[in-house]
Design a protein around this ligand. Structure first.
Ligand code: PMP
Ligand code: GLU
Length: 400
């Protein structure tokens, strides 16, 4: 008897986390698995942020926190948005949560009704589609591909908008493609949304600091749509704090209040210790932080290294992403090939083959709405990356 709810039966497991789970299981059995499936920096949290957390414990920051976050942290986030992004927010427009993932879920659940449409450029981050499903809304996908650096155009967006469209969700820098939209491209998107005042925009900027082309721009910069933008960000990527669980959103006061109400019934305020550490992180200007600079330089170096190695492998088509720490090559040349009994018909087949024979874990592009690709996270040491791509090349060469 299946007594679980339809809601949970319909929900897919996060494929990024599933691949990581499988590689941990294989590792526990003694296999030498290289995990390039999870997107998290391999760097440590900056020392001054860790110190702030230790102080918070000693100072007994051990009580429930206000649901939308400590007032001083909400103010520090508003200050950060001004300093780094030139955006004007007051503290009561900010809601702190247990990770950008929760902020996304809060915003989606507070905005969409059952049956409404949510536009998502593909490739998209894996959880958007499933959170939308949980909310009972309908995902409508706008296709990007490798020939256009996985970017979608304003015309494509405009053509997809219907009276039922409630939301548009995208990330820039993008997970999984690494694509970064320019200021002019974002402006052209904003002009489309100006013409459709019933559409809200979730702008996921969690990879803001991991950008190899210079300044990060937010679509919230455009005054005409500012009130309809829900900006999502957090500490996981930029400050190497994935396990600390802290995200935030900035939006108009009505949306912020709605998210506060929702969070108050589900998780309450984020961890007190993490919030005290976040206060220090938010005071850090990324353009002056050696920790962040060192991390971004390392990612850029690894990106170039991984691209040059992947380009040596026949049949792997790859573009040069401008941000985040993922490569998203097209591997369709391998579909229909086989090794012994093993036939590769899809991205998931290829990822299973690479995990079982090369012990390298990567995520099929189908998880992100692009079945022709695979996602490789290069947030790992240079030596590990070299060895992983060597193994991938060797395994692919066996496919005939
Ligand atoms: N958005 C994107 C695009 C991501 O890649 C991730 C992955 N961590 C998240 C949101 C969620 O981040 P967090 O760890 O803050 O929940
Ligand atoms: N965002 C990361 C990824 O895409 C972490 C895993 C997850 O939260 O899904 O790999």
């Amino acid at each position: 008897m299946n007594y679980l709810s339809e809601r949970i039966n319909l929900l897919a497991e996060s494929e990024t986390l599933a691949m990581t789970r499988r590689s941990r299981e294989l590792r526990a059995q003694g296999f030498d698995v290289i995990n390039l499936s999870i997107g998290e920096p391999d760097f440590n949290t900056p020392e001054h942020v860790k110190e702030a957390a230790k102080d918070a414990i000693d100072q007994n920051y051990s009580h429930y926190t206000p649901v939308p976050g400590y007032p001083e942290l909400r103010q520090a986030i508003a200050n950060k948005l001004k300093r780094d992004n030139g955006l004007g927010y007051t503290a009561d427009q900010i809601v702190v949560s247990t990770g950008a993932k929760q902020s996304l879920a809060n915003a989606i659940l507070c905005l969409v009704n059952v049956g409404e449409e949510v536009l998502i450029p593909a490739p998209y981050w894996v959880s958007y589609k499933e959170i939308i499903k949980l909310a009972g809304a309908k995902g409508v996908f706008i296709e990007g591909n490798i020939n256009t650096d996985f970017k979608v155009t304003p015309d494509q967006i405009e053509a997809a908008i219907t009276p039922e469209t409630k939301l548009f969700i995208f990330s820039s820098p993008c997970n999984p493609s690494g694509t970064v939209y320019t200021f002019d491209e974002l402006k052209a998107f904003a002009e489309v949304f100006e013409r459709h005042p019933h559409v809200f925009i979730i702008s996921d900027e969690i990879y803001e600091n991991i950008n190899f082309v210079g300044k990060h721009y937010s679509i919230a910069s455009f005054e005409s749509i500012y009130d309809r933008v829900i900006l999502i960000n957090g500490l996981s990527k930029g400050f190497a704090m994935t396990g600390w669980r802290l995200g935030y959103m900035a939006a108009n006061k009505e949306i912020a209040k709605a998210c506060d109400k929702l969070q108050g019934q589900i998780t309450s305020g984020a961890c007190s210790i993490t919030q005290r550490a976040a206060l220090v992180a938010m005071a850090t200007d990324p353009s002056e932080s050696d920790d962040i600079k060192r991390m971004v330089d390392a990612f850029k170096y690894r990106r170039d290294l991984a691209i040059s190695m992947l380009r040596e492998i026949p049949g792997v088509r790859i573009n040069v992403p401008d941000g985040a720490f993922y490569l998203f090559p097209d591997i369709t040349a391998y579909f229909g090939k086989s090794f012994g009994e093993r036939v590769i018909l899809s991205g998931p087949d290829l990822c299973d083959y690479l995990l079982d024979t090369a012990f390298v874990a990567i995520v099929p592009g189908s998880a992100f709405g692009s079945p022709e690709c695979i996602r490789i996270s290069y947030a790992t040491s240079e030596d590990t990356l070299r060895e992983a791509i060597r193994r991938i090349g060797e395994a692919l060469a066996k496919l005939k």
